[in-house]
Each structure stands twice: as structure tokens, then as C-alpha cells.
Design a protein. Structure first.
Length: 409
């Protein structure tokens, strides 16, 4: 593995010098290769699905599954990244000192970006595309459930890089899916410039606590929606159904619903009727449980990322109480208010401290593609140096270029 890291370091220096058109060409060849090797990728995925079918939940199996349409979408995602503005070499700032010294702040690639992720094969192509377009090399370390799929995808993309005349070592997949390989990446000082864990709370917490390389906390999403008393209730039902059931296994799916007590007797029966169609299990606080049937909420239900057809429901007395609950239980990912009241909306958007705060919209939009970033490296739930969906710009840093004419100090 250290040989792979050393080769990636060399590749990062090479790819950082490529011009925009060469990097765009590399991405287009990577996209073409996914389609060329589609059958091999589908066979590998079928093996992963067969091995995983009795070990993970149906919604997680859906995350793992590939189809011809999903592979085409992965290729299109790579193409869309290739069409984005180049984030490298931008002059971010420029000023001239009184003595004539010219100081320029210029965007540059980060170097070697390592990504530890779990059972989503599309992350493999998304991460590689973003890294190559931003002039970085990537080290991908997927989970064992998706290893065969990820390996086939990486082999295809490396073939595309070779065809484009770009070093294949710009995209690498760790062959060892044990915890030991993750620990190596966490402590590969001098070889890994940035580590991004993308998965459940256990993975993210392990990386944040154990990494000695720079680490970005991403992903864990205990996302809230607050139905304020002035909300359009039909709109609220549509938004909640989308946020909870369109794809419950992803980090931007809602996990907690807060409902104003004054409308709860009218709204909650409508909610139950709507979500019963999708077999959503409701875990209710005492107030909600007195209005509709469901499972009494347990001690940890308002602090759990279910990633399933389960929704925790709590009734609150005011917007301030909703904000306080979110502050106590949120992971800083995405929260929404459904309201027609400007004062409530302004208070919510001002005081809720999460990466994405929505007004009358589903939390499912927290996504690189939906934000116009092509795709994403992950959703950063921290504040330095990136926050929210991480696209090309978040995979760059900057350096100062200072030009003088014999200046001495």
C-alpha cells in the first residue's frame, strides 16, 4: 500500500501541471471507459449483490446495486464535471505593497486526496472525476460489500486515463478492505494531503479521532424538517414524503420531524395516512403519540441516523423550541422549515447552524449535482475548510506568488 501512496504522490505532481483541456480529455476518456467496460462492471456488481443480500438491509442493497442506467448516469456525472470551470490557477487576490512588491493568491490542487467510503459504487467515479479535474491524485478505499464493483470501475477509469495519455496512478483503489488499511491512510503523513471519510457515524468518528493527516468530517445526516403552524399542509406532506421516502438510505434524507403543537391534531393524521402508504415506521413523542398510533420514541431515536423507513416525530410549542431541539440533536448537515410566516423563516435561517438550511423545500437537494457542482466528494458537516457539498473548488487550496525586482527586507 505504501508503494501505491508513493506512486500517487508522484502522479499528483504530474497531473497538477496538466492544462484544463488535458484534464477534460482525461475525464471524457474515463466516462467512455465506464461504458466500454459496462458488462464487466455489472458482473462484478452482481457478485457483490449476491454476497451482500443476506447481510445488509434492502435500502442498503439499493445503494449497492448497479444497472446499465446507473452506469450511464455515472459516466454522465464524469462528463458534467469535465464541463465545469477549471478551479486551478485562478487568481483569488492580488495587491501591490507600497514598496512595489506584487503579491498574488492563486488556487492550486491539494495533492493526494484519500477517500474512505462504504457501499456506494458511484462514489468511486464521482471522487475520481473531481480529483482529476481539480489536478489531484486520489486514493480510494471502499467497503468490502462493494469491492468488486469499485475494482471494476477503477480498472475501467485507469484504462481511460491511459488512453488519454495521463498517468493511471492518478486514480487508485486500495485492495485491502480491512481496518488496517484505513488506519494506514489516517496516518500517512507526507503521503496523504487530505482524508475524506464518507459513510456512517462510526467511520467518520474513527477518522476524525484517529487521523494524523488533515481530515474532513462528512456525511452523517440527522436531518430535521420543522412544520411551522402557518405551513401549507399539502405542500408539507409532499416535502416530507420526498425527504423521507425518495431514498431513505442517503445522508440527506430526513430523520426527524418537528411539528407545531397547535396544528398537530389536524396535521399528524394526514401525515400518518401519507406515510403509511410507504410503510414508514413513526416513532412518536408523548404528544404525537396521543394523536396518532405509532411506536413510542426511545431514548436515542432523536439522535439516530436511521437510513431506513423510520421517522422520529416530536411536537414543539414554537419556532424557538424547534431551533433549540435542532441545536441539541443535529449533526449540522441539512435542516428545513416549512412555513408561510416571514418572521419564523428569518429566525430559523438565522439561528440554525447547519451546512444547508432550507425554506419550503426537501433536504434531499443537499447534493453536489443538485447544487450545480457536477457531483460531490461528500457533504462536509464541519466549518473548516469546506462546508456542505464538496465540489471542485473545495479540492483546491492556494499559494502566494510574490514578484519583486530585487526587493530585500
Amino acid at each position: 500500500m505504501y508503494e501505491m501512496l508513493k506512486n500517487a504522490k508522484i502522479a499528483a505532481a504530474q497531473i497538477a501541471t496538466l492544462n484544463s483541456e488535458k484534464r477534460r480529455q482525461a475525464l471524457n476518456k474515463m466516462a467512455e471507459a465506464l461504458l466500454t467496460y459496462k458488462d464487466e462492471i455489472l458482473r462484478a456488481n452482481a457478485s457483490d449483490m449476491e454476497m451482500a443480500k443476506d447481510t445488509i438491509s434492502p435500502v442498503m442493497l439499493d445503494r449497492l446495486a448497479l444497472t446499465p442506467a446507473r452506469i450511464e448516469a455515472m459516466a454522465e456525472g464524469i462528463r458534467s464535471v469535465s464541463e465545469l470551470p477549471d478551479p486551478v490557477g485562478l487568481e483569488l487576490d492580488r495587491y501591490v505593497r507600497p514598496d512595489g512588491l506584487v503579491i498574488r493568491k492563486v488556487s492550486v490542487p491539494i495533492g493526494v486526496v484519500a477517500i474512505i467510503y462504504e457501499s456506494r459504487p458511484n462514489v468511486t467515479s464521482d471522487a475520481a472525476a473531481l480529483c482529476v479535474m481539480s489536478g489531484n491524485a486520489c486514493i480510494l478505499r471502499g467497503g468490502k460489500e462493494a469491492f468488486r464493483s469499485a475494482n471494476a470501475i477503477v480498472n475501467a477509469m485507469r484504462a481511460g486515463l491511459r488512453e488519454a495519455g495521463v498517468t493511471e496512478n492518478a486514480v487508485n483503489l486500495v485492495q485491502d478492505t480491512s481496518r488496517e488499511s484505513a488506519k494506514v491512510l489516517m496516518t500517512a503523513n507526507g503521503l496523504v494531503d487530505m482524508l475524506i471519510p464518507r459513510g456512517g457515524a462510526g467511520l467518520i468518528n474513527a477518522c476524525v479521532q484517529q487521523a494524523t493527516v488533515p481530515c474532513i468530517a462528512t456525511g452523517t445526516g440527522i436531518c430535521h424538517i420543522y412544520v411551522e403552524k402557518s405551513a401549507d399542509q399539502e405542500m408539507a406532506l409532499n416535502v416530507i414524503e420526498n425527504a423521507k421516502t425518495s431514498r431513505p438510505s442517503v445522508c440527506n434524507a430526513m430523520e426527524v420531524l418537528l411539528v407545531d403543537k397547535s396544528i398537530a391534531p389536524e396535521f399528524l393524521p394526514k401525515l400518518k395516512a401519507r406515510l403509511d402508504r410507504k410503510n414508514v415506521e413513526l416513532r412518536l413523542d408523548d404528544t404525537a403519540g396521543a394523536i396518532i398510533s405509532g411506536t413510542p420514541a426511545g431514548e436515542n431515536d432523536f439522535d439516530t441516523e436511521f437510513l431506513d423507513y423510520i421517522l422520529a416525530v416530536k411536537c414543539v410549542g414554537s419556532t424557538e423550541e424547534a431551533i433549540a431541539h435542532i441545536a441539541a440533536h443535529s449533526t449540522g448537515h441539512s435542516e428545513a422549515i416549512l412555513s408561510q410566516n416571514k418572521e419564523a423563516i428569518d429566525l430559523f435561517t438565522l439561528r440554525v447552524d447547519s451546512a444547508a438550511v432550507y425554506v419550503n423545500a426537501s433536504t434531499r437537494f443537499t447534493d453536489g449535482g443538485e447544487f450545480g457542482l457536477g457531483c460531490e466528494m461528500g457533504i462536509s458537516t464541519q466549518k473548516l475548510h469546506a462546508r456542505g457539498p464538496m465540489g471542485l473548488k473545495e479540492l483546491t487550496t492556494y499559494k502566494y506568488i510574490i514578484t519583486g525586482s530585487g526587493h530585500i527586507r
